[in-house]
Ligand binder design. Structure first.
Ligand SMILES: NC(=O)c1ccc[n+]([C@@H]2O[C@H](COP(=O)([O-])OP(=O)(O)OC[C@H]3O[C@@H](n4cnc5c(N)ncnc54)[C@H](OP(=O)(O)O)[C@@H]3O)[C@@H](O)[C@H]2O)c1
Length: 248
């Protein structure tokens, strides 16, 4: 899966929503999905970053994306219902979602947790995913085969000191994926997680400021698994949590 070579029309005619599409892994995933034929819906909170990704996709001649500026911290279920209606009107269906947006919060002792920050981490990393899925199920059902990918982390599988709210949010992400995958077994929507592993982005630099980032994989390096899980070659895969870098 990590050396998967996607056919060039893998995602042709697919409509794919990517959260956190303005930077890091999400920006590269959006450009990669567009390269393989998808019409991407770019969701994020910083419009200038989304517009940069939009311009790069259009300049390359890939399908024109759409932009949804939205701060997942302040968004409510009614925003998501409105978004689902807009997607239905404009595209008729949704064939994939990459839930990629997350925040790290403070890395440090559990005793130092700030309640406001804990709530924010849960809102952006967990609650927004749950309510977005709830709202978007109607457009996902209209797809022949929809793939929903949630983004996890190694600290969401085995607890590690100091990763407090972020780690707990990733445990919740793994659990949400399993619940949904079980409920939708043998239906047209599959749910899986990707763990990117250590990847050269702003988030990684915040977590490990002293690290030599040049030793890390780049978002581009890890795209084979993102393509595999989004495309129909992985149609039998449901309820799994897969690693881009199994040995890290
Ligand atoms: N990089 C790694 O080593 C690593 C390892 C394991 C797991 N992951 C996971 O991989 C995913 C991508 O991480 P990354 O390293 O690419 O992170 P990143 O560089 O920090 O990018 C995160 C993206 O999410 C967006 N975002 C954050 N809060 C948001 C909000 N409230 N509303 C809307 N969008 C918001 C950011 O928007 P702005 O640009 O506007 O801030 C940004 O585009 C995350 O789920 C992360 O937990 C990463």
């Amino acid at each position: 899966m990590n050396d998967y070579q996607a056919p060039c029309a893998l995602l042709k005619n697919k409509i794919i929503l990517i959260t956190g599409a303005g930077d890091g892994i999400g920006a590269v995933a959006a450009k990669t999905y567009a390269e393989y034929g998808a019409t991407c819906i770019l969701l994020g909170r910083t419009v200038s970053k989304l517009e940069k990704v939009y311009d790069e996709i259009v300049e390359k001649g890939y399908p024109e994306p759409a932009i949804i500026p939205l701060d997942l911290n302040g968004a409510t279920p009614s925003h998501y219902d409105q978004m689902a209606m807009t997607i239905k009107e404009q595209f008729g269906q949704l064939d994939g979602i990459l839930f990629n947006a997350s925040i790290l919060g403070h890395i440090g002792p559990f005793a130092d947790i700030e309640p406001d920050q804990w709530q924010q981490i849960m809102q952006v990393n967990v609650n927004s995913t749950a309510f977005l899925i709830k709202s978007l199920l109607s457009v996902l059902r209209a797809s022949d085969n929809a793939s929903v990918i949630l983004t996890t982390s190694s600290v969401g599988r085995k607890g590690r000191s100091f990763w407090n709210g972020y780690a707990v949010s990733k445990f919740a992400t793994e659990g949400m994926m399993q619940v949904l995958a079980a409920e939708y077994t043998n239906r047209n929507i599959r749910f899986n997680c990707i763990n990117p592993g250590a990847t050269k982005t702003q988030m990684r630099a915040s977590a490990f400021p002293a690290e030599n980032a040049d030793t890390l994989k780049t978002p581009e390096d890890i795209m084979p698994l993102y393509l595999y899980l989004m495309g129909d070659d992985s149609i039998e895969i449901n309820g799994q949590s897969l690693d881009c870098q199994p040995k890290r």
